[in-house]
Ligand binder design. Structure first.
Ligand code: UD1
Ligand code: UDP
Length: 351
């Protein structure tokens, strides 16, 4: 089987790491990096730490408007798919890189497989919601992380070739946790802290929301460690909020994956608007406060490990103060063997 895997943004490197390893044992994989993320701390460090293979193609698209960025990826991907004629195109998650590859695969009649299918926030203003819905509806083979996502797809009329695989991010997490066990992060952080990340367009493109989140950080009872996405740094600077942010929190550059999950594990609470980080907090037994009104990882909320608070200062402060470990932890997204399941199913489903 010849697989063309397309990645481009930080969370996709984490997801692809698990599957790529399994695939390459018995199949041929060509990895495409769109270049959506290009700063070393958002890209290169993940390839090194997670031993991802060198991309066969690096498109180098960089940052731009959604239309330009997606269109540039599509132009390059069409050429590659024409030249390489893969048996299947494999995409992850919900970024512009995901959608670009999905559209090109669908229009070139190449089979398309989507990892993290069936997730919905039902917030159509999120670019990710547009990307994941359209990708699901272009896909031939759909890997849902849990039963709920499979049911969501069925409600939208997609019930063929949908497989519950579990979450590939859990696979990667288990692998690196085993490797890192007992090692230090080499970061100077307090004994007790809240770990924060913020990068969603809704929070960074709206000065009031970002200010309200920063105000909450300044009112918390424990210090906040805040590895800031470059988009958020730019927004804080543009809005004149940078000094307030650095007073409210220990703002640091994005950290490596190993450092980040160690920070999650040791935090008293995680406050985030990330998709992946909500799950990682759950896997690592750290309660999560989500700085959004909706989540596509709704099972973590239902299980009591995640609280949706939006961007209101007092709600964030109250939720972080109230955050405790719930008594029980169900298995929500598999047991860490999602990549093996995905590869086995691809072997059966790819024509
Ligand atoms: C993208 C994804 C989002 C995902 C996130 C993971 C889309 C629409 N969004 O959001 O779903 O959660 O990645 O982190 O696909 N920038 C840099 N250096 C980089 C990359 C970006 O400075 O290496 C800055 C640029 O100013 C750029 C901005 O960040 O304009 C946004 O980057 P972009 O890739 O468009 O979206 P993200 O916010 O990173
Ligand atoms: N992450 C990291 N360093 C950081 C922040 C996040 O390695 O400084 C990892 C995190 O462990 C998770 C992934 O990046 O695996 C999540 O990416 P992000 O929050 O950017 O994207 P989302 O999941 O929201 O799409």
């Amino acid at each position: 089987m010849n697989v063309l895997s397309v990645v481009g943004a930080r969370p996709q490197f984490v997801k692809a790491a698990a599957v790529s390893q399994q695939l390459r044992d018995t199949h041929d994989e060509l990895l495409v990096h769109t270049g959506q993320h290009y700063d070393p701390e958002l890209s290169e460090v993940f390839f090194e730490e997670l031993a991802l293979p060198e991309p066969a193609f690096h498109l180098g698209v960089g940052s731009d408007s959604h239309a330009t960025q997606t269109a540039e990826m599509m132009l390059e991907l069409e050429r590659i798919i024409d030249d390489e004629s893969p048996d299947v195109v494999l995409v992850y998650g919900d970024t512009n890189s995901t959608l670009a590859a999905a559209l090109v695969a669908a229009k070139s009649s190449t089979q398309l497989a989507h990892v993290e299918a069936g997730l919905r926030s039902y917030d159509w203003s999120m670019p990710e919601e547009v990307n994941r819905r359209l990708t699901d509806h272009c896909s031939d083979i759909l890997f849902a992380p849990g039963q709920h996502a499979k049911e969501t797809l069925a409600q939208e009329g997609i019930s063929e070739n949908v497989f519950v695989s579990g979450d590939v991010m859990y696979d990667t997490l288990i692998q690196i946790s085993d490797r890192l066990h007992g090692t230090e992060t080499e970061l100077d952080v307090p004994d007790e802290y809240v770990l924060a990340t913020v990068h969603r367009a809704k929070n960074t493109d709206d000065r009031d929301r970002l200010e309200s989140i920063i105000d909450a950080f300044s009112q918390l009872h424990v210090p906040v460690v805040f590895p800031a996405h470059p988009r958020t740094v730019t927004a804080l600077q543009e809005y004149g909020l940078w000094d307030r942010a650095t007073e409210a929190a220990r703002v640091i550059d994005p950290v490596t994956y190993g450092q980040f999950i160690t920070l999650v594990e040791d935090a008293v609470c995680v406050a985030t608007d990330s998709g992946g980080v909500q799950k990682e907090a759950f896997y690592l037994d750290t309660p999560c406060v989500t700085l959004r009104e909706t989540t596509e990882w709704i099972e973590t909320v239902d299980a009591g490990w995640n609280t949706l608070v939006g961007a209101e200062t007092s709600e964030i402060v109250d939720a972080v103060r109230a955050a405790v470990d719930p008594p029980a932890k169900p298995e929500l997204y598999g047991n860490g063997n999602a990549a093996a399941r995905i590869v086995e199913q691809l072997e059966r489903s790819v024509r």
